[in-house]
Write a protein that binds this ligand. Sequence first.
Ligand SMILES: [Zn+2]
Ligand SMILES: [Zn+2]
Length: 171
Amino acid sequence: MENENLINDTFHRLNKIVEGLYKLSLNIKFLTNLKGCRIIGQCKKVAKNSYIIRLHTKLLEEFGQEYLDDVLTHELAHAVQMEIYPKSKPHSREWKNIVETLSQKKYSTKNKINYKLNEFSKNKKKFVYICKCMEHYVSSIIHKRISQKRYFYNCKKCKEVLIYKDINSAK
Ligand SMILES: [Zn+2]
Ligand SMILES: [Zn+2]
C-alpha cells in the first residue's frame, strides 16, 4: 500500500534522529485506524521503548505527507518524551524541543493545517434537545438511549430534564 510506504519512509527519516541524537531504539507499531472527528493521532506506550502510534485513515489519505510531517512527528515526539523525560507533561517544553529537533523547524501553533475534522464525524446528524436555558446537541447514540427511556439527561446548568426538539416535524 502506498500510504504504508509513506509512513515507513517518514518514520525512518525521523528515527535516524531519534537513534542518533537521543540514543533510543524505539519499537513502534503504526495503526491507521482512527476514524472519528476528535483524535487525529495517538501515541500509546505498551512497554519500555515500545509504542503504538495510531493515525487517521482519511486524513492520511487526504493530506498524505503533509499530515505525516505534522502528526507522525507530533506522536513520535511523545514516545521520545516518555522515554527520556518520563515525568514531563505532554506538550510541555521538553516535548516541544523534541518536535523542533525532529521537524528541524520552530514549533508553532500558527499555520496549523485545517483538517476539517467535522466532516469525519460518524454521527453527522445531531439531535437537538432543549432545557430551560439552552439548546443541547446530542449524538444519535444518546438520542436512542433517551428515546428508549433508558436514560434521562439533565442540563448541567439549569438541572432540567432535556426534551427532544424535533426540528424536522416543526418545519
Ligand atoms: Zn500530543
Ligand atoms: Zn439548561
